[in-house]
Design a protein around this ligand. Structure first.
Ligand code: 1CP
Length: 356
């Protein structure tokens, strides 16, 4: 596909372990409710209508890019479009978040899922949104595509929405380990096709969100998550290679402080860490063969500007400037003042990079 040439490649360079002029920075959930211009679009359209309408998805993806000196854009969508593609109903309720009114109650319900999924048909709107956004970005910054990881999606499909404990979903891991693995493999197959489709449509890096890793311990994670995360990465990469596409991949397993080394060896180019992990310890554990991404506490953006600047500086000192992408340790909160994002980004860019 013929896209405008990329003008700022420091995010992709850092993902590939190449030298950068400044530390690249983007923010998880950078398009969203903390921006008045997003709330305006959202007041007129249902959440999933925005995701499904390429012009609207491109517009809200570009909103933070117009406002801030971010080094990457992330396509506006949600991880729950995958359960939708499997035939599940997902509603986005104001003040509540995602709700799946007919969750999976037992493994017998797996057969009700519309599987296999023709991703190129069911999620075509995401591909179209990506292609349109790539054009509208005019090469300003690269565009990130993403998917939820199998365990994170499975948890929503069983809990029917967010949950404090994920006890219903975790019960499956103990009660039905084989059937759970079957469901996770089904999800992985859909996710592989979905990520490949996004790269073909123009996504320049693919991030996998295992946001619910924090509910598991090391043993459950190693048994149920790690093998599928590895499988997704190797299958996506080999399928892309066959199409002469080379797109770096990021894994963000939130709360998986207990398996940093194993995650770093899964084949991904970048590993996101949440704000509970000490960057120096993470670097010591994983070595220098992977780029780290993160991890300022999203609440640090509530601090006065000078404190936020020092906290950002402290974080960069710990990570170093090599093989590093600055970000928050999780998504930005909806009540954040947009001005704080500028303070954070400017502090990252002002940091002196050292020659490798
Ligand atoms: O700029 C961007 O990052 C926007 C794209 C984006 C992404 C990458 C959205 C828009 N959602 C996501 C990923 C996502 N969605 C994750 C993984 C990242 C993470 O851990 O936060 C998860 C777990 C979800 C599920 C989800 N969708 C939640 C969390 C609920 C819970 O269990 O706590 C919520 C609140 C949503 C809704 C949503 N998704 C995105 C936005 C802007 C919103 C707000 C909805 C609205 O406007 O009404």
């Amino acid at each position: 596909m013929d896209f405008p040439p990329l003008k700022n490649d420091r995010f992709l360079r850092a993902a590939r372990g190449q030298e950068v002029d400044k530390v690249p920075v983007w923010i998880m959930r950078q398009a969203g409710r903390y921006l008045p211009e997003f709330r305006q679009v959202r007041s007129k359209h249902d959440f999933f209508t925005i995701c499904q309408t390429p012009e609207l998805a491109a517009e809200v993806t570009l909103q933070p890019i117009r406002r801030f000196e971010l080094d990457a854009a992330i396509i506006f969508s949600d991880i729950l479009v995958v359960p939708q593609a499997l035939g599940m109903v997902v509603e986005m309720r104001a003040g509540v978040g995602p709700v799946l009114p007919k969750p999976l109650h037992s493994p017998d319900d797996i057969s009700d899922l519309e599987y296999p999924v023709n991703v190129n048909e069911k999620l075509k709107y995401v591909a179209e949104a990506i292609t349109l956004t790539r054009h509208k970005l005019e090469g300003k910054v690269p565009l990130i595509g993403f998917s939820g990881a199998p365990w994170t999606l499975m948890a929503y499909m069983i809990e029917g929405g967010g949950s404090k404990t994920l006890s219903k979903a975790k019960a499956w891991l103990y009660q039905y380990p084989a059937k759970t693995k079957h469901l996770l493999d089904m999800l992985a197959n859909v996710i592989v096709d979905y990520l490949v489709m996004q790269a073909e449509a123009g996504a320049q890096l693919l991030q996998v969100f295992e946001s619910n890793a924090e509910y598991l311990g090391r043993e459950l994670f190693l048994e149920f998550c790690l093998p599928v995360l590895q499988d997704i990465c190797s299958k996506v990469k080999s399928k892309l290679k066959a199409k002469s596409l080379d797109v770096p991949m990021t894994i963000f397993a939130k709360g998986a402080h207990y398996a940093l080394l194993e995650i770093s060896k899964c084949g991904y180019d970048v590993m996101g860490i949440d704000w509970t992990v000490n960057p120096e310890e993470a670097r010591n554990i994983v070595g220098r063969s992977i780029t780290l991404q993160g991890n300022l506490d999203p609440c640090a953006l509530y601090a006065p500007d000078n404190a936020l600047q020092s906290l950002t500086c402290e974080m960069l000192n710990k990570f170093g400037t090599d093989r590093y992408i600055a970000n928050l340790g999780h998504g930005i909160y909806p009540d954040m003042e947009p001005e704080k994002v500028k303070v954070f980004i400017d502090s990252v860019h002002a940091f002196q990079t050292l020659p490798i």
